[in-house]
Design a protein around this ligand. Structure first.
Ligand code: GRF
Length: 207
């Protein structure tokens, strides 16, 4: 399984995938390409340190221009699965429909199974909003919910929706700040992203 990992920032989830591959947890999986839309993203340094081809691809106002370049790279590197690991740009529906069940996204909140619903029922039966968008960690804090988490899902044209691959709850503690909460969510994500790639691979082996 040939992965392209797309990042915009620190790339700690990219690191989790690199570590899992290097320790043999993801047999037959390779990261063949890392793409960042930000030149300063630390994820690019991580790729370099592990000798993974990586590129800074600035995101144009007209998204199709950048997507066309990305598509060239994905073809060139014969990518099977695109992993959005903290990639903060939204693809056009036209791009997404070209890669059905071949793009996965990591979202730092709980999204429902039916993929488009506006609520999520936690394991203790509490109904909370399905937080979507780019600020869901502070949104969950502000909403005063007791539980949040992370979801890995296949990408469909609707933003922060699509078939859920795996998901885990994270409790919000007294005194949590955006930073402390996001750190705990990220610790969970580092396991979850590896699980999601494993699950995708199993699914595809079965055909
Ligand atoms: C993760 O929390 C991810 O869910 C969100 O952005 C963060 C990326 O972190 N979309 P990193 O760049 O992998 O460290």
């Amino acid at each position: 399984l040939r992965l392209a990992v797309l990042v915009s920032g620190s790339g700690s989830n990219l690191q989790a995938l690199i570590d899992a591959i290097e320790s043999g947890q993801l047999p037959n999986t390779r990261i063949v390409l890392v793409v960042s839309n930000r030149a300063a993203a630390f994820g690019l340094q991580r790729a370099l340190e592990h000798k993974i081809p990586s590129i800074y691809l600035p995101w144009a106002k007209r998204r199709e221009e950048s997507e066309a370049k990305l598509q060239v790279l994905l073809d060139l590197f014969e990518v099977d699965l695109i992993v959005l690991a903290g990639f903060m740009k939204i693809f056009t529906p036209a791009f997404i429909t070209r890669y059905p069940q071949r793009i996965i996204n990591l979202h730092p909140a709980l999204l429902p199974d039916d993929s488009v619903g506006s609520t999520y029922t936690t394991s203790d039966g509490t109904v909370i909003p399905a937080f979507r968008g780019a600020h869901v960690v502070p949104d969950a804090l502000k909403a005063g919910v007791k539980v949040t988490g992370s979801t890995v899902h296949y990408v469909i044209p609707e933003v922060d929706a699509g078939p859920v691959i795996c998901r885990e709850e994270v409790r919000i503690e007294e005194g949590d700040t955006e930073e402390t909460l996001h750190e705990r969510i990220k610790a969970v994500e580092h396991r979850l992203i590896v699980q999601a790639v494993q699950a995708h691979q199993k699914q595809n082996e079965r055909g």
